[in-house]
Structures are given as C-alpha cells and as structure tokens.
Design a protein around this ligand. Sequence first.
Ligand SMILES: NC(=O)c1ccc[n+]([C@@H]2O[C@H](COP(=O)([O-])OP(=O)(O)OC[C@H]3O[C@@H](n4cnc5c(N)ncnc54)[C@H](OP(=O)(O)O)[C@@H]3O)[C@@H](O)[C@H]2O)c1
Length: 329
Amino acid sequence: MAKTMQVVQYSTFGGGAAALQHAEVPVPTPGKEQVLVKVEAAGVNPVDWKIQQGVFRPIGPAKMPCIPGIDIAGEVVGLGPGVTSFKVGDKVVALLELLKGGSLAEYAVASIKTTAKRPDEISATDAAPLGVGGTTALQTIRDSAGIKFDGSNQVTKNVLITAASGGVGTYAVQLAKLAGVHVTATCGARNIDLVKSLGADEVLDYKTPEGKNLQSPSGKKYDVVLNYSLQPFSSFKPQLAPQGKVIDISGSPKLFLTKAIQIVTCQKQRLVPFFMATNGDDLQFVTNLVKEGKLKTIIDSTYPLSKAEDAWVRCIEGRATGRIVVTMV
Ligand SMILES: NC(=O)c1ccc[n+]([C@@H]2O[C@H](COP(=O)([O-])OP(=O)(O)OC[C@H]3O[C@@H](n4cnc5c(N)ncnc54)[C@H](OP(=O)(O)O)[C@@H]3O)[C@@H](O)[C@H]2O)c1
C-alpha cells in the first residue's frame, strides 16, 4: 500500500486553473465509519471552482491547501473503525464532504453514510458524476418538486427543466420521465437531439426568442420549473401555472429575500430554494437505476489527473454537455 499519493490542490482563494498545483502528499487514514477509496474517477462540478473562488468563505474550504472535488468512484482499499457494510475490494461511488473536498487525488476517505456500492458493470467514469449530478436531480424532483416515482403524480403534470444538457439536467430529464411527467427542456441548439434522446417531450433552444420566453411549444403552463440555469424567478412567472413552483439551486442569498417577499404577499407561485443533501441511500438509488438500464450518465469529456487544469477550465466555461471527469488510472 502506497504511503504517498499524487493530488491536485490549491492554497489560496481565486486564481482558477492557474492556481491549481500538483503535489505529493500522504495517503489519508480512514476514521470511524470511513472507507479509504483508491479513486479511479472524479466528477468535476461547478461548485468545486466556486468554492475555490470563495463562495463559502469564511466557512469553506475547511483547510488549505485544499484538494478540491466531492464526486468519486473507485475501489475500497482500507476500512476505518466500525465499518461493517463495506469490505476491501468493493467497487464504490461516493460523495465527499463539500467543504473538505478531496476527489482530485489517487486516494480519498469517504463516510460510509455517503458511499454506495457500484456494480461491476458501471464504469468509474460513468459512476463518479452520479454524486452531485444524480442526487441533485433526484432530490430536486422527488423532494423539492414532490414528484413521485410510483406513478401517483396527481398535481405535477408539466415540468420545465432548464440547462437540460448540463451535469444535473441530463440526469433530471431522464428521472422526470421515469416519474411520468411531461418534460419541456431548454438547452443550446447543439444539444437538442441529445436532450430529446434522453426523453424530453419538447425542447427549446434557449438562444431563440421562443426559448428566451420559455413558452412550451404545446402551450402548457409549468407546474414545476427545475431551474438549473439559475435564471431569475421573474423570467418563469408568465409560463408558470397559478400554483406553480420554481426550484432554485443557485444558493444565492437573494433567493431568500424573494422567498420572504412571496410569503409576506401570499403569492401562490412559489420559489423553493434547494441545497443538495449528501446521502448514500439516494446515491445507491440512482446507481441502481444505472444498473437497471433506466438512467445513463452523459460524459462531456475526460482528463487524466496530470491535466486536471484543463478539466477546471472546461468546467468554468459552463459549456459542458453532461459531466466533466478526471480519471486517475
Ligand atoms: N444547490 C445545489 O445543491 C446545487 C447542486 C448541483 C448544482 N448546482 C448548481 O447548478 C448549476 C447547474 O449545474 P450543472 O452541473 O448542471 O452545470 P453545467 O454542467 O456546468 O451546465 C452546463 C450546461 O448548461 C447549459 N446552459 C447554460 N446556460 C443555459 C441557459 N440559460 N439555458 C439553457 N441551458 C443553459 C449549457 O449549454 P450551452 O453550452 O449550450 O450554453 C451547458 O450544456 C450550477 O450553477 C451548479 O453550481 C447547485
């Protein structure tokens, strides 16, 4: 077992890809109810570079230098005290702690509470993006929008999914269709065929006038908007059903002001702020759907750890189709 490992890290806030440094550091030791994972692939998410920019300052990152990233897939190579649900050799997918990071490394420690078993047939590259992308899509649809997966959707019939071509949206389109709702999706022209192939019933090119006003081609009003493009609430109001809600995943403080105004003025159209909960059960749920052939990962691009800076640049550009992945092996 190696004592040191290659990582990519940063030591100060800001600086983008140029501030990432390659380093050799000790392999971490798993604590209570943690597993040591030999990382095979790591998903690169917009939140990773936002943390580097200081969006959670002063609470995060928990310490510097920081190895960024929270999406990993790999193999268990060590067990901390109290671990009985995993064994050495298990293939897994895991979410690391948001403010600690650790995914751009050859080894990482993950809590068993945020780790799921990965069947052999799901590659690490396909599994790693399930962490943030898959669980965010699942939780926004099931928990925030209240859409059920058992076919009993009485209230929500029509859903708008914006940025349907992104790392979250590509999963959300598929999950919303599994739940049996009508999906209108927005994306750029180059991704219309892809988003249709994922199951969207209607697709709008967000750069056209029709796309900008977000009107469903069939004239449907939306019961729910999954706002993954982080557009302002006001842009959805004209197309929202009278009691419709907009799920907003921006985490912006402005959201809470808008929400407070809505409550005070008794508005029926509602904004629902969302923040992903790291949850091993949800990760297992989406992983199982991939195994059953009901959900697939769309990969934008892969980069070796030695070229993690290029993955970082690609992510900051905001033009990914599906998820960007860094591979370690
Ligand atoms: N609150 C939470 O817990 C949480 C969890 C996960 C993600 N997020 C946030 O959610 C956002 C989306 O995440 P992601 O991983 O899906 O991002 P992403 O993969 O970087 O999204 C990129 C995609 O979005 C498309 N896009 C950009 N602006 C658009 C618009 N106005 N209309 C339609 N499509 C648009 C782009 O299409 P083109 O290339 O054609 O422009 C591209 O395909 C990020 O800001 C992320 O930080 C929050």
